[in-house]
Design a protein around this ligand. Structure first.
Ligand code: HEC
Ligand code: HEC
Length: 419
């Protein structure tokens, strides 16, 4: 039984043993000295012992005591402020420790507890989820692979509260509801752990830029019918830049008061490109269409995944019938920007919503924040339209890099305003 005892018990028994042995030693020593003293008057009783004279007590003895007091006071006087000076450091260390511990716990949930990695990939690089499509009557249509976005850049697109909303309630029945508010298994604290983990895995700007641009280049190559590393892709991008420059020059020629104000020239040039008044408008729109349909990381950085039905499960591609249970492709063609999770952007609806292309561009850059209205009649939703410009987290004092460059956002705007 002793052997089977827990660690605490073992420690308890050891301490008990030490105390017992110590007690026995004390008893032996005590009885010995007691025996020596029996009947003897070797030492005077304390009250009969002569003490120091007054002169001595008030002289060196007092000085020594006062000096000791002064020394103690000095130690406390210097030590306390020093301790106090170290307080912010200790506080920071505690926060860092907490961050690390919380992110570790989130990482465990990501990998095992909630198995986010099954759909979103290890380290949040993106993946896919099996999904059963049904028709309006609930009949089986097909089994599809629905792309699950990369999460290692998610804090560029959404605030932590917006991410929390997706975690709590899920999305489109394909991303499960994880939080208790949505009927899921995770406590609010566990959802927070996951957010700490997401903070940890966000990739640097250079990597994000490279992934997005690789997708854009592949889109251009497909558009041109060449390989992605073909020089024609760079030429095409060069022509887009030239078109933008030309539109800006036109805007400046039309309104000299813009001179020296690069931002105002950019906005005026965008109006010309979006309305088709600049010579390069059509080219710029194609660029926007390619960005709208960016396939990088399973379409994480596209607009189509939320604004085009079927785009997230490759609905126009004919899959293996024996696997997806469906003969032929699910859709003959996409209705680009026709609306799905995000609203229908076709039929000039964005012209109604945003008076100018520049205001439209501001919206794409900032996204829609929880409860905030936008444009002429944009509802205050749950912040599920991501911001594609840089995002500042005031609370954490961090700036998450932009998903798209200003030029890329403007091109998408020119495309959308002509849908
Ligand atoms: C069964 C597969 C699956 C699992 C497991 C899963 N997700 Fe998702 N998640 C998805 C899919 C699919 C989407 C995209 C939904 C859509 O297209 O509307 C998504 C979307 C998201 C988004 C929105 C990101 C964006 O850019 O739109 C976040 C955040 C997210 N998931 C986090 C998580 C976390 C954290 C976990 C683990 C607790 C998790 N997911 C587990 C499939 C999954
Ligand atoms: C994760 C899903 C998602 C992605 C990705 C997404 N959107 Fe949206 N978008 C939405 C949702 C949801 C709304 C509606 C917001 C609301 O009602 O509060 C919206 C609204 C909009 C609107 C306003 C439409 C209107 O008439 O009110 C525009 C314009 C728009 N998105 C453009 C874009 C562009 C451009 C991109 C890509 C650069 C993009 N969206 C990517 C979800 C998305």
């Amino acid at each position: 039984m002793l052997l089977a005892a827990s660690t605490q018990r073992t420690i308890g028994f050891v301490i008990l043993g030490i105390v017992f042995v110590g007690y026995v030693v004390y008893l032996i020593l005590n009885s010995r000295s007691a025996r020596d003293e029996v009947g003897s008057e070797i030492e005077l009783a304390p009250n009969r012992r002569p003490y120091l004279e007054d002169e001595e007590l008030e002289g060196s003895k007092l000085d020594k005591s006062l000096l000791a007091g002064l020394a103690m006071l000095a130690i406390i006087g210097v030590g306390l402020p020093l301790y106090w000076l170290g307080e912010p450091g200790r506080h920071e260390g505690l926060i860092k420790d907490t961050d690390r511990i919380f992110a570790d716990r989130g990482g465990e949930l990501y990998v095992e507890g909630s198995d986010c990695q099954r759909c979103h990939g290890a380290d949040g690089t993106g993946g896919s989820a099996p999904y059963t499509l049904t028709d309006a009557e609930g009949n089986f249509v097909a089994t599809v692979a629905w792309t699950a976005p990369a999460l290692n850049t998610v804090l560029s697109r959404f605030s932590e509260d917006e991410v929390r909303h997706v975690l709590n309630y899920g999305r489109n029945n394909v991303m499960p509801a994880w939080g208790t508010p949505g009927g899921g298994p995770l406590t609010p604290q566990q959802v927070d752990y996951l957010i700490y983990y997401l903070r940890r895995i966000q990739i640097p700007e250079s990597e994000l830029r490279q992934i997005v641009d690789t997708g854009v280049r592949e889109g251009i190559a497909e558009h041109l019918g060449v390989a992605a590393d073909d020089g024609a892709v760079d030429e095409w991008l060069g022509a887009v830049d030239a078109a933008v420059e030309e539109a800006r020059a036109m805007a400046l020629a039309a309104d000299q008061s813009l001179a020296g104000n690069a931002e105002a020239i950019r906005r005026a040039g965008l109006e010309l490109l979006a309305s088709g008044q600049a010579p390069g408008s059509e080219l710029y729109r194609s660029y926007g269409e390619i960005i709208f349909n960016n396939g990088a990381a399973g379409g994480t950085y596209s607009c189509a995944r939320c604004h085009t039905y079927g785009w997230s499960f490759d609905a126009t591609t004919d899959g293996d019938d024996s696997i997806d249970g469906h003969a032929g492709p699910i859709l003959a063609a996409y209705n680009h920007g026709g609306g799905f999770f995000g609203p229908n952007l076709t039929g000039g609806s964005t012209l109604d919503q945003f008076e100018t292309a520049a205001l439209h561009s501001d919206f794409i850059s900032a996204g829609q924040s929880i409860g905030q209205t936008y444009g002429r009649g944009g509802s205050g939703g749950n912040g599920q339209m991501p911001g594609f410009g840089p995002r500042t987290d005031d609370g954490l004092d961090v700036v998450y890099p932009a998903t798209l460059t200003q030029d890329q956002i403007d091109a998408v705007v020119a495309f959308e305003r002509n849908l």
